[in-house]
Design a binder for this molecule. Structure first.
Ligand code: PEP
Ligand code: MG
Length: 570
């Protein structure tokens, strides 16, 4: 029996045959020259045509996908005809290199350039390699390296999936995902979660599993093993029995003593919002507006923005919808806002900071949000990403007021904002903890990197301390506020991935956060576990987690105190 431990990124236990992603296309030989019978113009035209064909294929796949997958595929399709890639290939052809070799080398150099940029750009190297192989396959007239086809459901094993692969996975065929590389916050992991597939990433060594071998995957524990026996079969049976309990959320997030903890959804556009409403989310805690415009090379028009936001508002009439202004940069570049040559994009001009380098875009976005809000019945709140100081919070609130938006807020995802929450909240109406970035900045660990997964863990006591500091800041702000009307602390919610971890959700409730926002698929499990504890018990567990010396100790202590997790197979 072989056993591998990685990072579990979505729950579920299955047993099934392993199928490996086919090896990447063989590299065209180094130094391969253009045949003397082929004119460089013809080879260049072939490369352009192959790029266009790949773009069409990917767009066709995008047409069959939806939600996040569709957006990712569309963005990848654009890369197939990316002028930088194609021009670099043609230059090599004109210097006498064969078309296949030229595309290969051009792809390698674009990918290397992105890798050097780090952050999200580095993550996109997978897309460039994917597109490069697809164009070469097209030139050779062979099938592109893709998810294997199989009559029976299987567990897909890969080094790391390109977003284009992940997005078109058929969840009735692929029953679990296991990758040797990748990180817990990578696009692959996020898409696996949105498809609801049990998934384990960063499981080194899984390439040694033989193709077709029966494999057991536990997406909660992050465990993968071969030769499953009675114990694994029993674990799967328990999971199947309990999983049905975790399929539905009744739309009422609360603790065992009736304390209300509204459970909201993270969405990237109207379609996500409709799905979230169907899943009984109590509102939207995070609309990632940059996801509406990821493929745009220019600023979206007022009309396009109003339509995109209104599509989301209309899914939640009478409910709260928290719109986050464009969070461009680092892992989500938008060409019209971000500088792709920054050496350190995660620490650069991103999120709210782009208002310094590209003034006007934020003001126009706020006008579009206000316009869309005036045409809909949702209770629209607006927040800025990457706020670092009380002065920035004040400036943002003034811009919101100027646009006629009444409920301005900030994301707390930079440690300085957590530590100065009392003063930040003097200027705005609410805060939302972005624990993905808060963790990356507290631990100085790039959230995209698999090898740093252990540091990039929101259970880290330092991260819990920053969350606690933010909640305490809101209480202190209320106490120091002169007006009686302001005596109630301003709400502090959580919209990072940590809210989707049922055990951590209990800790967050115990720390005093007011709402939790997550991928809609996580709602039933989080709701079920929250209902098993009173506020006093949640506080006790939060205290224990905060007093732990490590993330592993904090997690273990809390899990020990939550028998519901094992009962529900979580
Ligand atoms: C976060 O940082 O936790 C967050 C919710 O924002 P994003 O993941 O979009 O950076
Ligand atoms: Mg963030």
């Amino acid at each position: 029996m072989q056993s591998f431990v990685g990072v579990g990124v979505f729950r579920g236990r299955v047993i099934g045959p392993a199928r490996h992603m086919p090896p990447a296309l063989a590299e065209p030989p180094m130094g391969e020259k253009l045949e003397s019978s082929t004119a460089p113009e013809t080879a260049a035209a072939n490369v352009k045509a192959a790029g266009a064909a790949v773009k069409t294929q990917l767009l066709e796949r995008a047409g069959r996908a939806d939600g996040t997958g569709k957006e990712v595929l569309e963005a990848t399709a654009l890369m197939a005809t990316d002028p930088m890639l194609i021009k670099a290939a043609i230059k090599l052809i004109n210097a006498g290199t064969s078309a296949e070799r030229a595309v290969w080398e051009a792809g390698e150099s674009v990918a290397q350039m992105l890798l050097n940029l780090g952050g999200y750009m580095a993550e996109r190297t997978h897309d460039v390699h994917d597109v490069k192989s697809r164009i070469v396959a097209e030139l050779r007239g062979v099938a592109a390296p893709e998810i294997p086809d199989s009559a029976e459901p299987f567990i897909l094993i890969a080094e790391d999936l390109a977003p284009a692969d992940t997005a078109t996975l058929d969840p009735t065929k692929v029953i679990a995902l296991v990758t040797a590389g990748g990180g817990p916050q990578s696009h692959t992991a996020i898409i696996a979660r949105s498809l609801g597939l049990p998934a384990v990433v960063a499981a080194a060594g899984v390439h040694d599993i033989s193709d077709g071998a029966l494999v057991y995957v536990d997406g909660s524990a992050g465990v993968v093993s071969t030769e499953p026996g009675d114990a694994e079969a029993a674990a799967v049976a328990i999971w199947q029995e309990k999983a049905s309990l975790l399929n539905v959320f009744d739309g009422n997030g609360q603790l065992a003593d009736g304390t209300l903890i509204p459970l909201l959804a993270n969405v990237g556009g109207a379609k996500d919002a409709q799905e979230a409403a169907a899943a009984n989310a109590q509102g939207v805690g995070l609309l990632r507006t940059e996801f509406c415009f990821l493929g745009n090379s220019t600023e979206p028009s007022h009309g396009d923005q109003v339509a995109a936001y209104k599509g989301v508002f209309d899914a939640f009439p009478g409910r709260k919808v928290v719109v986050r202004t464009l969070d461009a940069g680092a892992d989500k570049p938008l060409p019209f806002l971000t500088d792709s040559t920054e050496p350190n994009p995660a620490l650069g001009v991103r999120g709210y900071r782009t208002d310094i380098s590209t003034p006007g875009v934020l003001t126009r976005q706020l006008a579009a949000i206000a316009d869309a809000a005036s045409q809909a019945e949702a209770d629209v709140w607006v927040m800025a990403p990457m706020i670092s100081t009380p002065a920035e919070a004040a400036d943002f609130a003034a811009m919101c007021t100027g646009a006629g938006l009444k409920t301005p807020g900030v994301m707390v995802e930079v440690p300085s904002a957590a530590l100065t929450a009392r003063h930040v909240l003097d200027h705005v109406e609410f805060a939302s903890l972005g624990t993905n970035d808060l963790t990356q900045y507290a631990m100085a660990a790039d959230r995209q990197l698999g090898p740093l997964a252990a540091l990039n863990d929101p259970w880290q006591p330092a991260v819990l301390a920053l969350i606690q500091a933010t909640v305490e800041g809101s209480i202190s702000q209320a106490k120091h506020s002169a007006s009686l009307e302001d005596a109630r602390p301003k709400p502090v919610g959580v919209c990072g991935e940590s809210a989707a971890d049922p055990a951590l959700a209990v800790v967050l409730a115990g720390l005093g956060v007011s709402t939790l926002s997550m991928t809609p698929r996580a709602l039933p499990a989080v709701a079920a576990v929250l209902r098993t504890v009173t506020l006093a018990q949640a506080r006790q567990l939060a205290y224990r987690a905060g007093a732990a010396a490590s993330a592993a100790e904090a997690r273990a202590l809390v899990r020990d105190g939550l028998p519901a997790l094992a009962e529900l197979g979580l």
